[in-house]
Design a protein. Structure first.
Length: 172
């Protein structure tokens, strides 16, 4: 087939992978300083509630706090959004697609807290999802625990609510 000189190429937006390199602040719904893109974005359509993504393990650096994390591209907000992700093998992660998201997915190496004391707990998936969205962080010392008062203060702070005096941090 030959095209005329005035032919126009139409490229559908969902066929062009979203950017993953040198993202400006705010392009990832999370705080992910120093992230590394570990695979090209993949348009998976609707991959279901749980799926696996392969990535290039050789791109991971030696930082012990860096973990592979899956993201999906939110087309409405034009941002990468973190999903609950579990490494299952070198170069492979299991992704929980709790929002039934579809479209572009990618794995990035991110420096993030790793909860060492919630494995098998009924709230593990929720805690990991909240961490991925930047709503929950852990303590660096695994022997420390999150008191109810501290948790309410953190929740109020993240949601920008006016907390009753009983729950406000000292000096706040």
């Amino acid at each position: 087939m030959e095209l005329s000189d005035d032919a126009v190429l139409i490229v559908l937006e969902d066929e062009i992978p979203p950017p993953t390199e040198n993202l400006p602040d705010g392009k990832m719904i999370d705080r992910q300083p120093g992230y590394i893109t570990l695979c090209d974005p993949q348009n998976l359509g609707n991959p279901g509630n749980e799926f696996f993504i392969d990535f290039d393990q050789s791109k991971m650096d030696t930082n012990p706090d860096r973990y592979p994390k899956a993201f999906y591209w939110n087309t409405s907000y034009k941002k990468w959004v973190a999903l609950t992700t579990y490494p299952v093998a070198n170069g492979k992660v299991k992704v929980l697609n709790d929002g039934n998201y579809s479209g572009w997915f990618v794995v990035m190496g991110c420096i993030q807290p790793n909860f060492t004391d919630i494995g098998g707990h009924w709230a593990e998936k929720i805690a990991n999802r909240m961490n991925g969205l930047g709503l929950l962080e852990g303590y660096p010392d695994p022997s420390a625990y999150l008191a109810q008062r501290s948790g309410l203060v953190d929740l109020n702070t993240n949601l920008n609510l006016k907390a009753p005096a009983l729950f406000q941090k000292a000096g706040a």
